[in-house]
Design a protein around this ligand. Structure first.
Ligand SMILES: *[C@@H]1O[C@H](CO)[C@@H](O)[C@H](O)[C@H]1NC(C)=O
Ligand SMILES: *[C@@H]1O[C@H](CO)[C@@H](O)[C@H](O)[C@H]1NC(C)=O
Ligand SMILES: *[C@@H]1O[C@H](CO)[C@@H](O)[C@H](O)[C@H]1NC(C)=O
Ligand SMILES: *[C@@H]1O[C@H](CO)[C@@H](O)[C@H](O)[C@H]1NC(C)=O
Ligand SMILES: *[C@@H]1O[C@H](CO)[C@@H](O)[C@H](O)[C@H]1NC(C)=O
Ligand SMILES: *[C@@H]1O[C@H](CO)[C@@H](O)[C@H](O)[C@H]1NC(C)=O
Ligand SMILES: *[C@@H]1O[C@H](CO)[C@@H](O)[C@H](O)[C@H]1NC(C)=O
Length: 465
């Protein structure tokens, strides 16, 4: 079954790139600023709103008539060059004489039976995202594909010859928003290319320098070669084989039976740990070694909407409950490697629903993620974005449903207001209404008794050392 959720326009989003993490060492009441390097940011963008739509499994093997893993079957002549691997992703694969003229968005291929057009970003069902993705044309030449008129096409001469396969993908669309970075680009990329064992050349379209810099350590783990910025490259890159577009399984998830090497999200996390030199593989009830038997709580802070109004009081309560507390807000200036290490040092991570929770990819195994669900019947949204993915990530999931008493909406509307009484009817009006009423205008003031009890439960869920 496929259930569409209402969605709306992409909002201009706030986050960009670069580097500053503010952590607050509450137990000592000392503020520590971890400053790291700033990236230049020609395209200040995202990191705020999740643009989420899907509720059900995107991958439906009967519908897409695919059996077995996708990745090593490119030589099968019965397979069309391009095909959909899910309703979100189109994949094109070819072997032969392949010439990529990135500057003109053309890929000349011999043999090829017909011309194809494709956009290599795993959000095919979403026209708003796809608008921001460059389209590539696969052009037959040389007549090898059997269509006689293709012999008239004159392909450009190779200026760079490569002996390994090329893999073309895009960081357009909603990339730049951390959730979409992982859900639409990085997890699918891992599932589609890990089996190459580094012997693959990445061609990245719609590149933003700051974005590519941010994930460079990860690309390094997947490919031994420098990423080619295909939009701004005057070379004609030639390959013996090419794959255009990643295979998509499910949001931030991987179905091991569909990956060529049986890879899972656990393997993806392991790779991230290597990429960002994260030390901790497993969380612990007594925290990291030498931490005085205190698990670390990382509170993901937000400044604009869905803010913890009583954040400092929360931190004090958590410290009193014998947690080592850190508060951090990933924002425009967040330095990935530093932030990744901070998240990896946590045993419990808590935050109000938002892209910042995507940082759970860096949590050690069996850490606890507490998603604070704002008032407004948002379970479907919180489920697909973080609850379901947490399972794949080997992160223990808890949620904290904000009651009306804890919500700032209570101050905005009279007690018997439609928005407070009938959230599901508001949902029927569509994504814009949900976003406006429950996501953009709501802050939360957690009840410290409930909060402390939640932390105790989280502690009990952590593995004992
Ligand atoms: C972050 O980005 C937003 C929008 O791009 C901008 O308005 C804001 O000033 C930036 N914040 C900082 C601290 O640079
Ligand atoms: C993949 O799905 C899209 C949207 O449903 C469709 O337009 C496209 O033609 C499909 N691609 C292939 C190769 O079948
Ligand atoms: C090709 O590259 C030139 C020089 O970098 C650039 O000005 C032009 O816009 C590019 N063309 C396309 C179609 O991207
Ligand atoms: C090549 O053949 C196809 C059909 O076989 C036709 O649609 C197309 O227009 C032809 N292209 C050229 C350049 O003649
Ligand atoms: C690439 O390989 C082709 C075919 O072997 C050869 O003709 C061409 O000169 C090579 N180009 C470069 C830049 O090495
Ligand atoms: C939060 O609310 C949802 C939907 O009402 C419910 O399924 C879930 O069990 C609640 N979680 C907690 C921890 O109360
Ligand atoms: C906080 O929660 C506790 C337990 O659910 C409840 O007894 C108490 O009344 C709440 N406090 C406030 C101020 O709402």
């Amino acid at each position: 079954m496929t259930m569409k959720q209402p969605r709306g326009r992409q909002e201009p989003r706030r986050m960009g790139n670069a580097a500053m993490v503010v952590t607050m060492l509450v137990s000592l009441c000392v503020l520590t600023y971890i400053k790291a390097r700033y990236y230049s940011n020609p395209f200040p963008k995202p990191e705020e709103e999740l643009e989420v739509v899907e509720v059900d499994e995107d991958y439906d093997s009967t519908r897409y008539k695919l059996s077995g893993p996708i990745g090593e079957e490119d030589l099968d002549p019965s397979r069309p060059t391009c095909y959909n691997t899910s309703k979100r992703s189109e994949r094109c694969a070819a072997v032969g004489d392949i010439r990529v003229d990135g500057n003109h968005s053309k890929i000349y291929i011999n043999p090829l039976s017909r011309e194809w057009k494709t956009k290599p970003y795993a959000r095919l069902h979403d026209p708003v995202a796809m608008d921001d993705v460059r389209e590539f044309t696969l052009v037959p030449f040389g007549g090898g594909g059997g269509s006689p008129n293709h012999t008239t096409v004159v392909p450009p001469l190779c200026t760079r010859n490569h002996s390994v396969p090329g893999f073309l993908f895009s960081s357009g669309g909603f990339a730049g928003n951390l959730y979409h970075d992982y859900a639409d680009v990085l997890v699918p990329l891992f599932a589609s290319t890990h089996h190459f064992g580094g012997e693959v050349h990445f061609l990245l379209a719609d590149i933003k320098d700051w974005w590519a810099d941010k994930f460079k350590p990860l690309f390094r783990q997947l490919s031994r070669y420098d990423v080619i910025d295909v939009n701004n490259d005057q070379e004609v890159h030639c390959f013996p084989r090419i794959v255009i577009g990643s295979t998509f399984h499910r949001a931030m998830g991987i179905d091991a039976s569909r990956t060529p090497g049986g890879e899972t999200v656990a393997d993806f996390k392991r790779l991230l740990r290597c990429a960002f030199r994260l030390e901790r593989a497993v969380a612990s009830r007594s925290g990291a070694p030498r931490r005085k038997d205190r698990p670390r709580l990382l509170i993901i802070s937000r400044k604009s909407s869905r803010r913890f109004v009583n954040e400092r009081a929360m931190a004090r309560a958590a410290a009193a409950a014998r947690f080592d507390v850190r508060i951090a807000e990933p924002d425009n200036h967040t330095d990935m490697p530093n932030f990744a290490r901070l998240v990896n040092s946590a045993d419990v991570m808590m935050g109000v629903h938002g892209a910042g929770l995507t940082n759970m990819v860096f949590l050690p195994s069996r850490a606890v993620l507490v998603q604070v669900v704002p008032f407004g019947g948002l379970e479907w949204l919180t489920r697909v974005t973080f609850k379901d993915p947490a399972r794949d990530m080997d992160v223990t999931y808890m949620e904290y449903n904000v009651s009306l008493e804890e919500s700032s909406l209570r101050d905005l509307y009279p007690e018997d207001h439609f928005y407070l009484k009938h959230p599901y009817d508001v949902h029927k009006k569509g994504w814009d209404a949900i976003k406006r009423v429950y996501l953009d205008k709501q802050n939360v003031r957690l009840n410290l008794t409930r909060f402390t009890r939640t932390l105790e439960q989280a502690r009990d869920l952590l593995p004992s050392p």
